[in-house]
Design a protein around this ligand. Structure first.
Ligand SMILES: Nc1ncnc2c1ncn2[C@@H]1O[C@H](COP(=O)(O)OP(=O)(O)O)[C@@H](O)[C@H]1O
Ligand SMILES: [Mg+2]
Length: 258
């Protein structure tokens, strides 16, 4: 497989993260320290940059964060519809995504649309395994349903896991994720489960080599890409910029957009 850089052969720079954000659903898998959080932060960073919050084009986020710390920094952004950190909140957050799908389908039916023409909603699920161990039945059914109907409603799932086993990601969920980013795995077996062949186990270890690569498939074959890391200061500055756009009103944050 070719090693790709960020400049395409015709000299244009290619934004891998923009591509990932335009996929219906994305699964990111790799062992601890393989760079999952760095990629998700970059995705949120790009989502905030590409799609300013307004009624038509805005990107909205539903964050499911069983570890309670990873996505916490985003929770007060105006784009965030719901943050779930406790097991009993996970189904509620997924239910919210499902009801957005339903409302959008009703709206599309009324207007004769086959594809929703408004903004994107991203349901970001950190360590999917935690959902499957705490609330498997409900969460699994909801994720599967959203993955099936979200495409036309522009409701996307981005889930990541260090443990891509069949018991954690049931096949009926996995088949709905045509877009996959396979990061470094602990062994060949995990690599085979994620992308159907060996390779991930030999990727550089980001923690010791300070660089990351991953095999990405959106359509067609997996290809190896260098994965840049957005500096923490840039992420913090972007969050702050958005926080400055919302002002307190009557004790609550209110949006100044639209
Ligand atoms: N794209 C990258 N470029 C350089 N270093 C990286 C990159 N991705 C990850 N790292 C390094 O590896 C560490 C672990 O990454 P992290 O995203 O926290 O892994 P995971 O969430 O999979 O456990 C980071 O703190 C960083 O030092
Ligand atoms: Mg992480």
């Amino acid at each position: 497989m070719p090693n790709k850089q960020w400049i395409t052969p015709d000299g244009k720079s290619y934004n891998l993260y923009a591509d990932m954000l335009s996929q219906p659903h994305l699964m990111i898998a790799g062992k601890t320290g393989s760079g999952k959080s760095v990629v998700v932060n970059a995705l949120i960073y790009h989502a905030l940059f590409n799609a300013p919050q307004d009624s038509k084009k805005g990107a909205e986020l539903i964050l499911i964060d069983p570890k309670r710390v990873e996505l916490a920094r985003y929770k007060n952004l105006p784009h965030v519809l719901r943050t779930a950190t406790e097991p009993n909140e996970f189904p509620q957050a997924l239910q919210l995504a499902m009801s957005i799908c339903d409302a959008r389908y009703r709206d599309m039916a009324r207007r004769g649309l086959l594809d929703y023409d408004g903004g994107e909603v991203y349901v970001i699920i950190d360590e999917f395994a935690d959902l499957m161990t705490t609330n498997k039945k409900t969460c699994s059914a909801l994720v599967q349903r959203i993955a099936q109907v979200g495409r036309a409603a522009h409701v996307h799932i981005i889930l990541y896991t260090q443990c891509p086993l069949a018991t954690i990601i049931p096949t009926e969920i996995k088949v709905n994720f045509d877009s996959v980013l396979a990061l470094k795995t602990a062994n060949v077996k995990d690599s085979r489960y994620i992308m159907g062949e060996p390779g991930c186990e030999s990727l550089p270890d980001p923690r010791t080599e300070h660089r990351a690569q991953g095999y990405y498939r959106s359509s067609g074959d997996f290809e190896c890409w260098e994965l840049p890391m957005i500096p923490a200061d840039d992420i913090a500055a972007r969050i702050q910029w958005w926080m400055d756009q919302v002002k307190p009103k009557g004790g609550l944050f209110s949006k100044v957009f639209g």
